[in-house]
Design a protein around this ligand. Structure first.
Ligand SMILES: [Zn+2]
Length: 170
């Protein structure tokens, strides 16, 4: 269990990169769903990805997000509260966007980031269709507009494969 905004220990943030002056949070540990545990009742006690994606806590120490690439090559950006309960994605639709970047086999960036806008908000996630021509691995820079931040906050995802399916529905 972590306290507030403590960064992840070394070795757990290999998907995170710094990008100039933009804020960036390291991903929490536990991108794999754990089983057998009771539903946690306290804030920040569950940082496991719920949809097989990559999970972060926002700099406000309250919101949590998860980025997922589906087998249909959609990017889903899920939003959670401090208890890791799903919240409405609609408030984030305006001002939030992603960039997709090609990576070589050593995960070095190739070419320029290409901006992709979200097509719509589903109940708990924003949905974007990814362009053709980006085989795995690739990088997605999500720039998320939070109410209490003037500028979008950067979250950096490196995807090596599509999510195995919706783990919350098994
Ligand atoms: Zn947290």
């Amino acid at each position: 269990m972590h306290q507030g905004r403590n960064p992840a220990p070394n070795g757990e943030n290999r998907n995170a990169r710094s990008d100039g002056g933009l804020e960036l949070e390291a991903p929490h540990e536990g991108t794999v769903q754990r089983t057998g545990a009771a539903e946690p009742a306290s804030a920040h006690s569950n940082h496991a990805a719920k949809h097989g994606g990559l999970f972060f806590m926002a700099p406000d120490g309250w919101h949590h997000i998860e980025g997922v690439v589906t087998a249909e090559r959609e990017f889903h950006l899920y939003f959670y509260n401090n208890l890791t309960k799903s919240i409405s994605a609609q408030p984030f639709l305006e001002g939030t966007f992603i960039e997709i970047v090609k990576l070589d086999s050593e995960k070095k960036e190739m070419g320029r980031p290409v901006k992709v806008t979200f097509a719509k908000a589903e109940e708990h996630f924003l949905l974007a269709s990814l362009p053709e021509g980006y085989p795995f691995p690739f990088e997605i820079n999500a720039r998320i507009k939070f109410e209490d931040h003037e500028k979008p906050v950067l979250f950096n995802f490196v995807f090596e494969h599509a999510a195995p399916g919706d783990l919350s529905k098994k």
